[in-house]
Design a protein around this ligand. Structure first.
Ligand SMILES: *Cc1c(COP(=O)(O)O)cnc(C)c1O
Length: 386
């Protein structure tokens, strides 16, 4: 088996396209989409995933850190990019030269941005962040005096004005959105123009809050991956059927063995077969991001049938019980995430087994394998063929 197909991580262009369209259906037609691609695009591969977003009309991107913004520019992606976290001063000249926007939530930070921009003789486009109840980064929405001082700094252009919600639950979101609405009005007064306003991430978009707060831009992340947001009133994003998981993960069977009843399987020898069994070994493990909690409880798909994981999840191996699945042989594909026929396995199953949220599992898949894009053309061909 070549190392290239030990594990294959694929992102589906068709699913990305469907998810963008589904987000668009949940917001007013003129709304600008800022795709949030932090944490390697939630484990989907920063550059590949961002390229697909931009190709299919997502106007802007947001990342957590300066280095992610540089990776986008190095890959030739020239859409507007916002850095959500405070960038180190040393990175400011590079960011400004590349036209990358900076979220600003402190006056000292704003002065550093202004100094760097003046030295380069270029504008610094910033998005001022106000805290309306998440109690993390941001100027207090009750006191916008710093905004007037920031707007007066050399070379600084206040392009955006934004907040982040702690929850899409009605009472929390309503309170935050009214505080934001009020802050936006005062900001517009102070600036003499209305900056681009944005507040809603996936949970709030899925909950239909854009009707309540029809701001110019929204910041979806997890919904573009076709997965349900975590901090939401319901588990189901808007119209669930229209969102499609983008990422799939497959491997291949490395070895098949027949074992007798009473055989102990794996480290710890805790799993004992109750009958003669056919065991398949797959070269993927927790070093690739699989939750160890899938031990003796998770399953995969082999030959369009579910096969249970037996014994522990090893660092680099997984053991399956394929007894009763006819014709399984070495080299056969194993679907860890994705679908085969009518069977489907999602990151939600892993997150539930591990007692955590989907993004926590996704970001651990980072190093498993390079992400490969399944282009739209292949899907269309397949559909014609079937
Ligand atoms: C992560 C993040 C988002 C996107 O969140 P999702 O729930 O994935 O849509 C939007 N805005 C900010 C400030 C974020 O940190």
């Amino acid at each position: 088996m070549s190392p290239a197909n030990r594990v294959r991580m694929e992102i589906s262009e068709a699913a990305v396209l469907a998810n963008i369209a589904s987000v668009r259906r949940l917001v007013d037609p003129a709304t600008v989409l800022m795709g949030v691609v932090k944490a390697d695009a939630y484990g989907h591969g920063l550059v590949s995933f961002s390229r697909l977003l931009v190709r299919h009309g997502v106007e802007q991107l947001a990342v957590a850190h300066a280095e992610e913004a540089f990776r986008l520019r190095d890959a030739g992606i020239d859409a507007p990019v916002l850095v959500l976290n405070h960038a180190p001063t040393a990175d400011l000249p590079g960011l400004l030269r590349a036209g990358i926007r900076q979220a600003v939530y402190g006056e000292a930070q704003a002065r550093a941005v202004s100094r760097a921009a003046r030295a380069l003789g270029c504008p610094a486009r910033i998005h001022v962040k106000v805290d309306t109840g998440l109690s993390r980064f941001g100027f207090s929405s009750g006191n916008l005096a710093p905004l007037a001082r920031i707007a007066a700094l050399d070379n600084v252009v206040v392009e955006g004005f934004h907040t982040h919600l702690a929850s899409a639950e009605e009472d929390v979101a309503d309170r935050q959105l009214s505080l934001f609405d009020d802050a936006c009005r005062r900001a517009t007064g102070l600036l003499g123009y209305r900056p681009t306003r944005h507040a809603l991430a996936s949970a709030a978009i899925a909950a239909g809050l854009h009707g309540r707060a029809p701001l110019e831009m929204v910041r979806p992340g997890i919904l573009l991956c076709g997965l349900p947001p975590s901090y939401t009133a319901s588990d189901v994003p808007g119209d669930a059927g229209r969102f499609q998981p983008v990422l799939s993960m497959t491997s291949r069977i490395e070895q098949i063995r027949s074992v007798a009843a009473g055989t102990r399987i794996g480290y710890g020898a805790a799993h004992v077969t109750s009958a003669p069994a056919t065991i398949a070994i797959v070269p993927v493990g927790f070093a690739d991001g699989l939750p160890r909690a899938l031990a003796d409880s998770g399953r995969v798909i082999v030959a369009r049938r579910y096969a249970p994981i037996v014994g522990p999840v090893g660092m680099g191996h997984l053991t399956l019980d394929v007894t009763g699945i006819p014709g399984v042989s070495t080299g056969d594909e194993v679907v860890l995430l994705g679908s085969d026929g009518h069977r489907r396995l999602g990151i939600q199953d892993w997150a539930a087994a591990a007692g955590t949220i989907n993004t926590d599992v996704l970001v651990r898949l980072a190093s498993a394998a390079p992400r490969v894009v399944r282009p739209l053309s292949e899907v269309i061909e397949q559909e014609c063929y079937v």
